[in-house]
Design a protein around this ligand. Structure first.
Ligand code: CP
Ligand code: NVA
Length: 309
């Protein structure tokens, strides 16, 4: 593994190794055992969108690994004034040991990897959010004791989270059903790639506009905001389109009785899910948020530290 840009690029074994390492680093952190794997290393963190979890968990993760993280606001670096990705990638590769980037256009992340010579980590684009899904898989594993053979249901917008969940679930052999309105379902190429992997790992991919079909007998029920970063102008239209896709207690009750509820956050109570669901006993959103830290430390240790499981 050289970069983490899409979980579709990883082998099932690489995903499993990252999760195994994440669990180990989490245990060591809780036990107070230091692991300065990245002593002397620096991660650049480019953000052209807002963030709470990604920024804090990457910065804390680098610190806990003995390295340093540098916050680079897209507004302040020359990239925001038109310097090319080519020049930026070449220059930053001379100073840094890795770059985490959160931005709009997925192609920018691919170009950074193409032109630079250091590992690139995708901290969210309009298209994908792989670090979040690694944290989600770790959370499911902790609560269920396994991944293969489980069923995940995602209800809402067929966005970056839906795309990365499709890629992540099939890598670990989890069935995944995505329910989204027509016109807002995940793109064909993501569905085709996920179905291809699912054939190899022995699971299923279902895309539907029926949220009841998706959630039926699910072990994990997931949603995300209906208005992603960059879609603020579409807000009124989106709230209307997605309102039939809210997850409420009646819908959650059709999942397995011990199903867990996930949301990458930030969440908007009363929209994509009711308060009862997100603040109820099946919700594990704060374990999920915490696991960003542990999952990303595994990514950093692997890509920047060369740690092998
Ligand atoms: N889930 C997530 O990526 O959160 P932030 O936008 O706060 O980083
Ligand atoms: N789909 C959301 C995820 C936020 C972490 C967005 O892109 O804004």
């Amino acid at each position: 593994m050289k970069h983490l840009i899409s979980l579709n690029d990883c082998t099932p074994q690489e995903v499993e190794n990252l999760l195994t390492l994440a669990a180990r680093l989490k245990r060591e952190t809780k036990a107070g055992i230091p692991h300065p794997i990245l002593a002397g290393k620096t991660l650049g963190m480019i953000f052209t969108k807002s963030s709470t979890r990604t920024r804090v968990s990457f910065e804390v993760g680098m610190y806990q690994l003995g390295g340093h993280a540098l916050f680079l606001s897209g507004n302040d670096i020359q990239l925001g004034r038109g310097e090319t990705i080519y020049d930026t990638a070449n220059v930053l590769s001379r100073y840094l040991d890795g770059i985490m980037i959160r931005t709009f256009d997925h192609q920018d992340v691919l170009d950074l990897a193409k032109y630079g010579s250091i590992p690139i980590i995708n901290g969210l684009t309009d298209y994908l959010h792989p670090c979040q899904v690694l944290a989600d898989l770790l959370t499911v594993y902790e609560h269920k004791g396994k991944l293969k053979g489980l069923k995940a249901a995602y209800v809402g917008d067929g966005n970056n989270m839906a795309n990365s969940l499709l890629y992540g679930c099939v890598k670990v052999g989890m069935d995944i059903a995505v329910a989204a309105p027509q016109g807002y379902q995940p793109p064909d190429e993501v569905v085709a790639n996920a179905k291809e992997t699912a054939k190899q790992t022995g699971c299923t991919v279902t895309i539907t506009d029926d949220k009841w079909e998706a959630v039926k007998d699910a072990d994990v029920v997931i949603t995300d905001t209906w208005v992603s970063m960059g879609q603020e102008e579409e807000k009124a239209a989106r709230l209307k389109i997605f309102s039939p896709y809210q997850i409420d207690s009646a819908l959650l009750a059709t999942a397995k009785p011990d199903a867990i509820f996930l949301h990458c956050l930030p969440a908007y109570r009363g929209y994509e899910m009711t308060e009862e669901v997100i603040d109820g006993p099946q919700s594990v959103i704060f374990d999920e948020a915490e696991n960003r830290l542990h999952a990303q430390k595994a990514v950093l240790a692997t890509l920047l530290g060369g740690v092998q499981v």
